[in-house]
Design a protein around this ligand. Structure first.
Ligand SMILES: [Zn+2]
Ligand SMILES: [Zn+2]
Length: 409
């Protein structure tokens, strides 16, 4: 029953063991034995069904963006396996998305209406600072703020993309975009393809997508772009082309969703004077920008981080109403028996294990063994394997029956 305080359930699971994919450094992810987490007050434990690999994970895996020793995975969907004392509105068996950490409610940003940049937020994000969803179970610290129910009509496989879609959605909502605007979207990866769909239903007059990968160009067209241009084919003349398209003044809003410095530099040249560049792409590399160019044109540079403070619920409603498509913004990967981080290189090259290469770069990794239940049906809660747990540092070389124990090598 909803609305009542749940007592901690399944408390007897203490000491049981689960498998988790531990990030041990650049290009190294190992399957390890970990204790199944137990929910404390205000917390919940999810049995993970799907976990997305996004651009941030790629920076971690290939470049070492985060220190080792964490279970990655910050785009997670699953079934509530345990609710801690005091959690209201959720019960065991609920199908949920685990969103960003809730705002602390006390810091300057929270008190001034900016929960997405709460000073505390990053420290409490599963998969970035706390263990994430590349495991059988995941502890959610702030259940009432972080979880939201998946509508019956939405499968787990689609719902795991709420994170990506909602990030784009929130960016558009926060931007200067208005009905009838001319738009350029630079980069038709998962964020760009999501943005194109929201801009379309939001009443964009004309959308130009910039993309270099053929399969993504096609998708951008199918999901709502009026024109797709390959920036490598136009070189310095791209800006002239965009100006000419829009009465010689340029685009009202330019969305940067490629996450590379060159794209950001280019976007500045495509916006009209007084227009806006919405920066959704993330890169640690430096872009070359002359501040005078921005000032002379009174360009507005706007950014948006994740979707803390809302957006996930609205996005899933739009999907249920079939106004946006989830399935095609990411490729899917079902892990092999011996996972060694295969999803990461495939994500980087946009390859789909099922269909061959060339799709967007976000990947959805399904947890092993069984598939998700039918949408709308509450799944049975399975318990973690009932062996005693070796604890952190004991490596299961494979997910097969043959378990070889020993310290990480
Ligand atoms: Zn992400
Ligand atoms: Zn805060």
């Amino acid at each position: 029953m909803r609305g009542r305080a749940n007592l901690a359930l399944f408390a007897g699971r203490k000491g049981e063991c689960m498998k988790a994919a531990l990030y041990e450094g650049v290009r190294t992810v190992r399957l390890v034995d970990r204790p199944v987490p137990v929910a404390g007050p205000g917390e919940a434990v999810l049995q993970i069904q799907y976990c997305g690999i996004c651009g941030t994970d790629m920076h971690v895996y290939f470049e070492g963006l985060l220190p080792p020793g964490i279970v990655l995975g910050h785009e997670n969907v699953g079934t509530v396996a345990e609710v801690g004392p005091g959690v209201e509105g959720f019960q065991v068996g609920d199908r949920v998305v685990a969103g960003p950490p809730g705002p602390c409610g006390r810091c300057y940003q929270c008190l001034h209406g900016r929960p997405s940049i709460c000073i505390d937020g990053f420290e409490h994000t599963n998969g970035l600072r706390r263990d994430g969803g590349m495991a059988e179970y995941m502890l959610v610290r702030d259940a009432e703020q972080m979880l939201f129910l998946i509508p019956d009509e939405l499968s787990f496989e689609d719902a795991v993309l709420v994170d990506t879609m909602a990030t784009a959605y929130r960016g558009i909502i926060q931007s200067a975009f208005r009905l009838g605007d001319n738009i350029v979207v630079s980069g038709a990866g998962p964020i760009g393809l999501s943005a194109i769909q929201f801009l379309r239903i939001g009443g964009a007059r004309h959308i130009t997508a910039l993309e270099i990968v053929d399969a993504r160009k096609e998708l951008a067209r199918e999901l709502g772009a009026d024109l797709v241009l390959d920036p490598t084919e136009h070189g310095d003349r791209l800006s002239e082309r965009i100006m000419a398209l829009h009465g010689g003044v340029g685009a009202d809003v330019v969305v940067e969703s490629a996450g590379v410095p060159r794209s950001f530099e280019l976007c500045l040249t495509l916006a009209r004077a007084g227009g806006q560049v919405l920066n959704l792409g993330v890169t640690e590399q430096t872009a070359a920008v002359a501040p005078a160019f921005i000032v002379r044109r009174e360009l507005d540079i706007k950014s948006s981080l994740g979707y803390g403070g809302g957006g996930g619920g609205q996005v899933s409603v739009l999907s249920v109403e079939r106004q946006v498509q989830y399935k095609r913004v990411a490729v899917r990967h079902h892990p092999p028996k011996r996972p060694r981080g295969e999803g990461f290189p495939q994500a980087r090259h946009g390859q789909n294990a099922d269909q061959g290469g060339g799709g967007p770069s976000n990947r959805v990794v399904r947890r092993g063994r069984t598939g998700p239940p039918e949408p709308g049906r509450k799944p049975a809660i399975r318990r973690a394997s009932r062996r005693s747990c070796g604890g952190q540092g004991f490596v299961l070389e494979t997910s097969s029956k043959r378990e070889r124990r020993g310290g990480p090598s």
